[in-house]
Structures are given as structure tokens and as C-alpha cells.
Design a protein. Structure first.
Ligand SMILES: *Cc1c(COP(=O)(O)O)cnc(C)c1O
Ligand SMILES: [Zn+2]
Length: 413
């Protein structure tokens, strides 16, 4: 489909030093993080190019870090529905609200996007075993893509991860390692393991490539809106990697001329029990103070020491967005609200996004006329225990008409 002679580079986010695109993620000069850059000037992208591209994230191959398309591991991640909200929008008092429904990805979270790119890049590098440090969803995404490619995988999760996420990752055949510790401790452990094994940890030593997959959350929204970008997006945030990738995605679309030069506000949504980025935003500080023991039902967002927290905060401020949090109760209400008004069942991370969206509208920090996109990043069935006690009471009857009429019929009449 497309040429493979892509000019990729790795560039230090801090000092700008450039490196060839190898298995590398930190700058040797200043220890800053490395990002993939492309030869943007040589890219000739036009809006009408996209009509007959694959119906998944690989439709944006020119802006993804894979040089050999035969190495792509594809389960169909991406190009998820952008759902125009009617009932929720009306209830909140918004006129132009869209929901990016990433609950319907192959393993039911947005993590399939970066996992697909990370595992593909591992294969391009000739890496024989892949792995990750996960808060739950990445485990399944890496395990499934490794299964598809026939590679062994080692995925590390906190021991208290939701049961369905554990079962899912195991069934894909991953070597699942449950660690008695926080995500931050697991991340540190995996960094040490990556130093002595020649494994590709997608979100550690392959991180610059892996995060590129999440940029497609920005590309798709713009394309699905007819290349008319939104005014404001709400992003559920843990490490800050997805938020930074979405921001990079919008900047790249401007750079290659697919969208106009106009500001897009990017707001971060975090759970109250693990909101280090929100805390820094509120106190007008640029220093992220780690949360030692995250306490939240939004386990996929429980990262106390966010790797990209500083940069996510910077993107939020520079875009004129805000960072706001939601309590567990507000998260549950957000999940219910989304399910009842739009027919989308999300895990708590999506509940955080909806709850923060509601809060920002109520506080007048989102205007009724703004075109808003709210990212719904994971499926409710992956963490249904978070809301099972809040489900309405079941109506139980005998298989007889009289039982129906006495228990249900009366209510409907
Ligand atoms: C991982 C995850 C996030 C947050 O992603 P970061 O890049 O760590 O900020 C949001 N939602 C869901 C469902 C996730 O699994
Ligand atoms: Zn540097």
C-alpha cells in the first residue's frame, strides 16, 4: 500500500538531541524521554486519500513508526465509532457532544492501539519475546497481539487487578505475573528486567514507538468529524501517555495540513483517589507530587507517579484545557449516566471522563456551544464489579402469566 522508505528519528523531548530509531527510550545526554519524529515535509497527505484505506488504525501508516508493513500485527484495533450524543448532550446542556467509543476495540480498551504498534515494532526489531507493565488493560492488549503474532509474552499486573482482566490476559496465553505492589513498583521492576533480558517491554524500552499508536485517537476524531477538529477533548489520564499522544496527533495533523491551525483544548480527567496531575494543576505548580497509595475504583488510572505527568500537565495548560478529578461516587454516576442515556457501558476510566465532563459543564468551564469529544477508553464488562452493587434490583418471577402480571404488569400500566 505505502512506501517503506520512511525517515524515522528518535528525538529527545528535553534537549532535542536526535538518535537513530533503535531500541532506545532515554536520551544519553540528559536522560529525557525520546519521541519518534517523521520527515513531515516529505509527507503528501490529502483528505481524499483515506476513503479506501484499512478500517483500523493502520489507515494512518505514514504517521506510524513501522517501516515494513509485513511486520504489522493487526487485530483490527482503531477506527472505533465516534458517537454523536443526543440524550447525554441535552441532559448536560451541550449542543455538540461526541463520544469516542473505544470500548469496542479487539480486547475492549484503547490499549489495543499502542499494543498493536508496540508489538509490530518489536517484530520489526526481531525481538522474540514481548512484555509490559500494566494497570490491567495493557496486559490483555499485549497478550492478544502477541498471540496473533505467535510470540511469547510476559505481562505484569498488580495482584488486585479486576478478575475479568486477569482471566482475559491468561486466556490469550500470556505468562501473567501478578505482583504484590503498586503499578509504580511494577514499572520499576520491569525496567530492571528489561535491562537484563532482551525482551521488548512495549511501554518501557519500546515506549517511543508504542505511544505512537494512541495518536490515532486524535486522527480518527478529526477524520470522523470531516477534518473539522473539536474545540475541546476530555481525556481520562493515568501516566499521561495517551493525553500527550493525542496532543501530538493534533499537532501533526496541523503540520501536514489536514486540519487548520486552531486551538484544541485538552482536559485531563483523573480519579480523586489518584490525581497527581490535577493536584499540580490546582496548585499552579509544574511539579507532580506522586501519590503513594492510590485509592480508587478506576484501577486502570491508578498510577501514582505518572511517567508523562509533567508533560501532560504542560499540554493541558498550553492548550487552555483544565485538569479535574471525580470521586468514586461521581465515577459510578458517570458510568450509569452514560449507559442510561447513550447505551455505552464503560469501565470506571470512562466514568471518570463523563463525570469530569459533567463537572466542567456545571462549573461553566465548558461552553454550551463548544464541540466536545469525550474519550471512553475501556469496556464496562472488564470491571463490572465496580458497579454491580449499584445495579437496580432484579425483578424475579415464576414462568406464569399471573406472576408477570402481579410483579411487572402493574408497574408498566
Ligand atoms: C491506561 C488507560 C488509561 C490511561 O492511559 P495513560 O496513557 O496511562 O494516561 C485510560 N483509560 C483506560 C481504560 C486505560 O486502560
Ligand atoms: Zn536529551
Amino acid at each position: 500500500m505505502m512506501k517503506a522508505d520512511k525517515k524515522l528519528m528518535l528525538k529527545c523531548r528535553e534537549c532535542g538531541e536526535e538518535y537513530p530509531p533503535t531500541v532506545n527510550y532515554v536520551c544519553r545526554e540528559c536522560f529525557g524521554p525520546l519521541d519518534v519524529t517523521y520527515d513531515y515535509d516529505s509527507l503528501r497527505l490529502r483528505k481524499d486519500f483515506f476513503s479506501n484505506r484499512p478500517k483500523n488504525l493502520w489507515r494512518y501508516l505514514e504517521l506510524l513508526p513501522i517501516c515494513d508493513p509485513s511486520k504489522i500485527v493487526d487485530l483490527g484495533a482503531g477506527l472505533t465509532p465516534l458517537h454523536k450524543s443526543d440524550r447525554l448532550a441535552k441532559l448536560l446542556g451541550l449542543r455538540d457532544l461526541f463520544l469516542k467509543n473505544d470500548t469496542v476495540n479487539p480486547t475492549f480498551s484503547f490499549k489495543d492501539r499502542p499494543a498493536s504498534v508496540g508489538v509490530s515494532k518489536a517484530i520489526e526489531f526481531g525481538i522474540k519475546t514481548v512484555g509490559c507493565a500494566s494497570t490491567g488493560n495493557l496486559a490483555a492488549a499485549v497478550a492478544a497481539h502477541a498471540a496473533r503474532a505467535g510470540l511469547p509474552s510476559y505481562v505484569f499486573i498488580p495482584a488486585d487487578t479486576e478478575p475479568n482482566k486477569v482471566i482475559q490476559a491468561q486466556l490469550y496465553g500470556a505468562n501473567l505475573v501478578a505482583v504484590d505492589g503498586t503499578y509504580d513498583e511494577i514499572n520499576r521492576l520491569c525496567t530492571q528486567i528489561a535491562e537484563i533480558y532482551s525482551w521488548g517491554f512495549v511501554n518501557i524500552n519500546l515506549r517511543p514507538y508504542y505511544v505512537e499508536g494512541s495518536k490515532t485517537l486524535a486522527y480518527e476524531v478529526c477524520e470522523q468529524l470531516g477534518w473539522e477538529p473539536p474545540d475541546h477533548v476530555i481525556v481520562p489520564t493515568a501516566s499521561g501517555a495517551m493525553l500527550c499522544a493525542i496532543s501530538k496527533g493534533f499537532k501533526e495533523l496541523r503540520r501536514v495540513g489536514l486540519i487548520e491551525e486552531r486551538g484544541i483544548k485538552i482536559s485531563a480527567a483523573q480519579p480523586e483517589g489518584c490525581a497527581p496531575i490535577v493536584s499540580a494543576f490546582r496548585s499552579n505548580s509544574s511539579e507532580i507530587v506522586p501519590v503513594e497509595r492510590p485509592q480508587t475504583i478506576a484501577k486502570s488510572l491508578a498510577i501514582g507517579d505518572p511517567g508523562d505527568g509533567f508533560y501532560a500537565l504542560k499540554e493541558v495548560r498550553e492548550s487552555k484545557g483544565v485538569a479535574e478529578s471525580a470521586t468514586d461516587e461521581e465515577i459510578v454516576n458517570g458510568i450509569k449516566l452514560l449507559a442510561e442515556t447513550e447505551g455505552i457501558f464503560t469501565e470506571p476510566a470512562g466514568g471518570v471522563a463523563v463525570a469530569v465532563l459533567k463537572k466542567l459543564v456545571d462549573q461553566g468551564r465548558i461552553d454550551a456551544d463548544e464541540r466536545v469529544v469525550c474519550y471512553i477508553t475501556g469496556n464496562g464488562l472488564k470491571a463490572s464489579e465496580a458497579v454491580s452493587t449499584f445495579a437496580p434490583r432484579l425483578i424475579r418471577i415464576k414462568p406464569e402469566l399471573s406472576s408477570f402480571l402481579s410483579r411487572v404488569g402493574g408497574m408498566a400500566a
